[in-house]
Design a protein around this ligand. Structure first.
Ligand code: AMP
Length: 356
């Protein structure tokens, strides 16, 4: 990983009045560019073999400049050029995924957020240690498949966006579906309603909801549309469908806005605060946007099945604000909140506290 001192040395040369916000043209980039522009930043969109014509359809979210790269190596080769232009990279799920977490960590261009979190997120055991040792409940793990006596979800380690997960209700079903060539985890299937909570932790601010050494904001909540599981019930029982070769999948195709029953908000903030506090103890912290992917049971308990420590695509329904953001900064998206934080850090000469 690129040493923090190296990034600090780079930042010492940055013109704080001329920062350029850059990201990969995918995922939540429209929102990131739109928010950055709103806060007066210039923007660059990096693209590798990506159709970017759709940006013409959204002029207020089109980056000022598109940099077409042959491949991701080119960002490394041209890092000096981007540093000279005071570029700050905003990571999102696709940027990290396509480039690879290890390479992303070694890039000598300032990145918003703590790059150390990538290790903790990409390893399911480390992520579980982090969440549970923070005192936040997760779905139980079943160590021995022969103990399966209620619905479980088998998660292959490399599986992304729920592709390749499968449900089993007993050991014979597990045996029928399992691919032993891939590492997997067996997780209790939590029956309840899913809420993807989009928080923003600012170590630079002490206003509002004080948490850890800064402030916690809840900017929005979404629920993912997942194909085909969300619509499968229309065709009848899953057992029946399996006989026709139709199996449930959890592939994300879109996002819908939701709000949480108000009496659950204290629990939601408590979880977010614990997760942040523990992250500082374990690896220097998470800050900025992060998402707690959770299920609320009929006992009104949360179980967190995953954390994303950066902007998630579930924030995209809220480009012009949300029921929660509007009670903090009316009309503010997560992308604009990121830009606001960078603006504040630049103005107060604190960029080193939020860029790694
Ligand atoms: P993930 O890749 O971990 O984000 O999970 C993909 C999808 O699988 C989620 O959005 C949920 O719909 C579902 N899911 C994951 N873990 C569980 C669980 N333990 N119980 C029920 N559904 C789950």
């Amino acid at each position: 990983m690129v040493p923090k001192e190296r990034i600090d040395a780079v930042l010492a040369e940055y013109d704080r009045d001329d920062i350029v916000i850059a990201t990969l043209t995918s995922h939540s980039s429209l929102q990131i560019f739109h928010g950055a522009r709103k806060m007066g930043f210039k923007t660059i969109g990096f693209t590798v073999n990506h159709d970017t014509r759709y940006y013409d359809a959204f002029p207020l979210a089109k980056p000022d400049e598109l940099v077409r790269l042959q491949d991701f190596d080119e960002i490394f080769d041209r890092a000096g050029e981007f540093v000279d232009r005071n570029v700050v990279l905003i990571p999102h799920g696709s940027f990290v995924e396509y480039m690879g977490a290890k390479r992303f960590q070694s890039l000598e261009i300032p990145v918003y957020g703590n790059r150390s979190v990538l290790q903790w997120e990409s390893d399911r055991d480390m992520e579980r240690d982090w969440i549970t040792s923070a005192g936040v409940a997760m779905p139980n793990i079943i160590d021995d498949a022969r103990d399966i006596d209620k619905p479980v979800l088998i998660k292959y380690h490399g599986a992304k966006g729920g592709r390749g997960f499968f449900i089993a209700k007993d050991y014979p079903e597990f045996k029928l579906g399992i691919d032993h060539t891939q590492p997997y985890t067996i997780q209790e299937y939590v029956l309840g309603t899913r809420y993807y909570l989009h928080f923003f932790y600012s170590p630079l601010s002490t206003e509002g909801y004080h948490a850890h050494e800064g402030s916690m904001e809840l900017l929005s909540i979404d629920r993912r549309d997942e194909s085909n599981i969300d619509e499968m019930y229309k065709l009848g029982a899953q057992e029946e469908l399996k006989r026709h070769g139709l199996f449930p999948s959890f592939v994300v195709t879109g996002n819908v806005p939701v709000v949480l029953r108000e009496s659950l908000l204290p629990k939601a903030f408590d979880m977010a605060e614990k997760i942040v506090k523990r992250s500082y103890e374990l690896f220097g912290g998470i800050w900025g946007p992060f998402c707690l992917e959770s299920i609320v049971t009929d006992k009104l308990d949360f179980k967190v099945f995953e954390i994303s420590s950066r902007i998630v695509a579930g924030t995209n329904p809220f480009i012009s604000g949300s029921p929660y953001a509007d009670m903090i900064h009316p009309g503010l998206s997560t992308g604009a909140r990121l830009a606001l934080e960078i603006r504040k850090a630049a103005d107060e000469d604190r960029l080193g506290e939020i860029l790694t």
